[in-house]
Ligand binder design. Structure first.
Ligand code: C5P
Length: 402
């Protein structure tokens, strides 16, 4: 995804600058071309040499501002060169300058000399972030479609306060950049409510033993990220998923569930308000017929288990959905993935389905990559070669809307 992409990174003066080292390092390892600009304040926290070494390129400061490259001003060269521009951390001062179109250093001049989408990751003390003036500047900036927000998180800050103002984590920044490169920053899902299920349900036999599957929830998280990056409001009904993944979607409304029954109830609860519903969860198709509230000793375990069925959630959602709502399912398959997906699309009355091979390298449970064939109710078909799960999510949204 990042290979040979031209990514410009502006760093203003905040301690969160240290987190950008990881971003630059990951991008450089992935083959991206990275250029870094530091404000005077940023150089108080971190040396240009750090970024030059990580990016294998010179890192620029105001000292280089007046040094032309190929007889052209540096800010024009950099501004025209960039495909996407990340400013992280964005301080209250640089935010204010951008909101007013001021250009008094290399970073702010380069912003005005560029036309590419800009991803902003503010970082500051909670009191500063909550000032009316700062909030006004932030809203003013975001009213320009060129700017995309990576909202600050809540947590412990360098000033020892707990509150909003922590810069987005490197993983969030990297997915934000990936989405921006994939979509050019479109906000085409603004105003849409998207309900997504993810994870693998667990059907418990006693408090510690269950029937389940190896789903990690990565595909559903990627769908939630892609939807949020395109401006949607997201409700994520998640069965147990890999630890840490929820940190990637701090803006989503989270509804934790364990079993298929709980997921069924949650999905029906949130169905009426949703425009699109995506069932990416791996629902266990059966559950133990009996549940023991106390853990059974090993010697008392039965030698066979009688099973009961669980509700087919997506089939039930399709019974209850309104005509304006779009319902999308997944079909995780081995072997020939098309016929069973086609059959599920019709039988479950879906608007679209993602036929997803789970027996190929670079796809399926736990992988960061995926590949698929999209099918819809109008007999359209699109083959998606191996790509990141986030890229697949964006292509699914393009497919559903086209
Ligand atoms: O398990 P199966 O291959 O039939 O799953 C196809 C689709 O149906 C998926 O979107 C899955 O989330 C959904 N499903 C469901 N309830 C079940 C089983 C599957 O909603 N009990």
């Amino acid at each position: 995804m990042f290979h040979s992409r031209r990514i410009l990174i502006g760093i203003s003066g905040g301690i969160a600058a240290y987190k950008v080292c990881e971003v630059v390092s990951t991008l450089a390892k992935a083959g991206a071309e990275v250029r870094v600009i530091l404000t005077e304040g940023a150089t108080q926290f971190i040396a240009p040499l750090t970024f030059a070494t990580l990016s294998r390129q010179p890192a620029y400061t105001d000292r280089e501002f007046w040094q032309p490259v190929h007889h052209r001003p540096l800010h024009i060269e950099l501004g025209e060169w960039a495909e996407v521009f990340l400013i992280a951390p964005l301080t209250a001062n640089t935010l204010a300058k951008l909101a007013y179109g001021l250009a008094d250093n290399l970073l702010t001049n380069t912003v005005l000399a560029s036309a590419c989408p800009i991803l902003l990751a503010p970082a500051m003390n909670t009191e500063m972030w909550q000032q009316q003036t700062v909030q006004r500047n932030w809203q003013q900036l975001l009213s320009d479609p060129r700017y995309q927000a990576l909202h600050p998180n809540s947590g412990i800050l360098a000033c020892d306060r707990v509150g909003t103002g922590r810069m987005a984590e490197p993983v969030e920044i990297l997915s934000g950049l990936e989405s921006l490169l994939q979509t050019g920053g479109t906000q085409d899902l603004q105003g849409k409510q998207i309900l997504i299920s993810t994870g693998g349900t667990r059907e418990h036999f006693d408090p510690v033993r269950f029937i389940g599957n190896p789903s990690t929830g990565k595909m559903g998280i990627a769908l939630a990220q892609a939807a949020l990056h395109r401006g949607a409001t997201v409700t994520l009904v998640h069965a147990p998923i890999e630890t840490g993944l929820l940190a990637l979607v701090p803006q989503a409304r989270l509804v934790p569930v364990i079993s298929a029954d709980e997921m069924h109830k949650a999905m029906l609860t949130y169905l009426p308000e949703a425009d699109w519903i995506i069932m990416a969860a791996a629902v266990a198709d059966v559950r133990p017929a009996d549940y023991h509230a106390e853990k059974l000793p090993k010697r008392s375990l039965p030698s066979s288990l009688s099973l009961a069925s669980v509700p087919d959630i997506v089939a039930d959602l399709s019974q209850h959905k309104q005509p304006h709502q779009k319902l999308i399912g997944f079909a995780a398959q081995t072997g020939d993935i098309l016929p069973p997906a086609q059959e599920k699309l019709q039988r479950k009355n879906l608007d679209a389905i993602v036929a997803n091979p789970i027996d190929l390298p670079n796809s399926g449970f736990g992988s960061d990559q995926n590949q698929a064939i999209f099918l819809d109710a109008h007999s359209r078909k699109q083959v998606i070669p191996p790509c990141s799960k986030l890229a697949l999510a964006h292509q699914l949204f393009d497919f559903v809307q086209s």
